[in-house]
Design a protein around this ligand. Structure first.
Ligand code: GRF
Length: 200
């Protein structure tokens, strides 16, 4: 049984996709031991509560030093027996020390086909705004291991999504979530749980 913690900051639709996959029997060897938000009141915490999953907020604002925040976060994860950290709409940039401590056991979902539209400042709706500005005909989502860079770790899965005429950033974001993110994130977790990809 792979014990995962899901780190969130907002709506939690990717968390919901994981929960639905577990409850639907597609991820029967995975258990969410903790949902941790950096934002009080994130709707993702309500999604966790609705499914009997412990959700807590650990806010960087409660700590004088950034290092103390990451120490507390890591302690919480270790105490809950976390084996894989899943960043699902998590907007805090991880410290190098934290990444080193958990190297190979952190994955992230990014709403574009890396290496396009990624890196510093590329998150949420802005990714889709830039894709539309550039005029790409195909975009998508990527699941990758997290290293010390931003969206630079080894790619695990990608899924392409067509850009349609008249797309707004909101419409494109929704299509990328529905047709890519919510499919490849649970799939990547299953591959790690099955041992078909090594946490590297
Ligand atoms: C999504 O676009 C996801 O790709 C990005 O954060 C956004 C919000 O995700 N990482 P969620 O609805 O909170 O899962």
């Amino acid at each position: 049984m792979l014990k995962i913690a899901v780190l969130v900051s907002g709506g939690g639709t990717n968390l919901q996709a994981i929960i639905d996959s577990i409850e639907g029997g597609k991820l029967d060897n995975v258990r969410i031991v903790k949902v941790i938000s950096n934002k009080e009141g994130a709707y993702a915490l309500e999604r966790a509560a609705k499914h009997g999953i412990e959700g807590i907020c650990i806010s960087p604002k409660s700590f004088g030093e950034r290092a103390d925040y990451f120490k507390a976060l890591s302690e919480e994860l270790k105490n809950s027996g976390t084996e894989l950290i899943v960043l699902a709409g998590f907007l805090v940039v991880l410290s190098s020390d934290f990444v080193r401590e958990w190297r190979g056991r952190i994955i992230n979902i990014h709403p574009s086909l890396i290496p396009s539209f990624c890196g510093d400042g590329y998150y949420g709706l802005r990714v889709h705004e830039k894709a539309l500005e550039r005029g790409v005909k195909v975009t998508g989502a990527t699941v990758h291991f997290v290293d010390e860079g931003t969206d630079t770790g080894p790619i695990i899965l990608q899924k392409a999504v067509n850009v349609e005429d008249g797309d707004t950033p909101e419409i494109l974001q929704k299509r990328v979530m529905e047709q890519a993110e919510w499919i490849i994130l649970p799939r990547a977790i299953r591959m790690i749980a099955d041992g078909s990809i090594k946490t590297s």
